[in-house]
Design a protein. Sequence first.
Length: 397
Amino acid sequence: MAESDKFSVAIVGGGLVGSLAAVYCAKRGWKVDVYEARRDPRLESVDSGRSINLALSVRGISALKKAGVDEKILSNMIPMKGRLIHSMDGKLSSQPYGIFGECINSVDRMMMNKHLLDSAEAYPNVKLHFHHELNQCDFDNQKATFTKKDGSSVTVKADIMIGADGVYSRTRQQLMRKSRINFSQQYIDHAWVELAIPPTAEGEYAMDAHHLHIWPRQTFMMIALPNLDKSFTVTLFMPWSKFDAIKTEQDLLTFFRDTFPDSIPFMGEQLLVANYFKNIKGSLAQIKCRPYHYQDKVVIIGDAAHAMVPFYGQGMNCGMEDCIVLDDMFTKHLGDLSSPASLGPSGPAVAAALEEYSENRNPDAEAMCDLAMYNYVEMRSSVTKPEYLFRKKVEGW
Ligand code: FAD
C-alpha cells in the first residue's frame, strides 16, 4: 500500500501515554505522526516540572508488555514490596502490599519516556515532530493546526486524532467546543514539591530501597521512592496554606525538625533548603469528562481524559491501560492486525470503536479518580491507625 493511502493517525502529545499509543497504532500498520509541544527529551534534558520517578504497577506493565516495549523498563525498575511508615518518634513499620510478594515499582519517568519514543520511532511508519504545539482543530475536516518553534503554523490532515496532551489538554478544549462533553475539574487544596535524599557517603541507599517510604502526618504527608543511582526522590504533599507559611530557611528547618525529624540527616539541611526553595510547587487537580470521543474523528486518552490526584499512583498506569482498551476496541470493530479492514478502516467502524471505548472506559477511569482521591486520606492518616493495622492482621498480613 502506498504511504499516502495508509490510514493515518495524528497523536497529540509525546508523553508517556502518547508515545505508547504511537507504538500500538504503528503495529496496525497505520501512518502515525506524533506532535509534541516540547523539545525532544532524548537530545536535551527537559526540566518538565513533573515528578522524577513514578510507581509502575501491573496495570501499566500489562500495557507495556502487550506492546512489546516492557523489557528495558522492567530491567530498570526497583520493586517496592510495601510501605515503610516513618512515625514521629522515628519508629519504622513495614506494611507489605500483599501476602504473595506483590510489588509496585519505582521507575524513572524520563528513562521510560525516552524508551517509548525510541520504540515508536523504530517503526518506519512513525514520525515524531517536536516543537509542534496543537493550537486549533477542525475535526469535521480532520485537520489540526500546530505552532512550531519559530512561531510559524502548520496544518496537517489525519484520518483520526488521538489527544494524549495531558491534564491541560488542548485537544479536549477543542473537543468541548465541538461536542456535548460533560466536564468537571476539581483542584484540591494541597500542593506538592519535590525534594531529594542523596546516596550516603559510601554510595549506598540512605534507607531501605524496596519500600515506598511514607511520613504520614494526618493532614499532610511526605513520601520517598528509590532511584537506580541510590538516591530517593521525595515528595512533600501538604495544603497550600502550609507552603505559604514557610517563608524563610529557618521556617523550613523548624517545620522539618518538628515534623519529619528522621529525614533531615538523610537529606542534609543544605540540600533540603536548596530544593525546597528552588523547586516548583505543583497544584493537584482531578478532571472527569464524558464522552471521550467525537464521531470517528478524535478520542482523548491519559490525563487528557481523566487526570487524577497522584495518591493511588495510577495516573500513568491508567493512561497506559487506555492504550490496551482502545486497541481492543479497534480489534473488535476493525479486525485484528492482519485484517485488511484494520489497515484501511471505514468511518462507521472507527466511530463504533471510539463510541464503545468511551462507554466502557469512562466508568472505570472515573472510579480510579475517586479511589485516588480517597487514597490520600489512607496514606496520610489511615495507615497510622491501630484499627487499620488490626484489619490488615485479620486479612492475613
Ligand atoms: P503527560 O505526561 O502530561 O504528557 C502530555 C504530553 O503532551 C507532554 O509531553 C506535553 O508536553 C504534551 N502537550 C501538552 N499540550 C500539548 C499541545 N497543545 N500540543 C502538543 N503537545 C502537547 N502516575 C502513576 O501511574 N504512578 C505514579 O506514581 C504517579 N506519581 C505522580 C506524582 C506526581 C507528583 C504527579 C503530579 C503525577 C503522578 N502520576 C503518577 C501521574 C502521571 O504523572 C500522569 O498520569 C501521566 O504523566 C499522564 O501521562 P500523559 O501522557 O497522559 O500526560
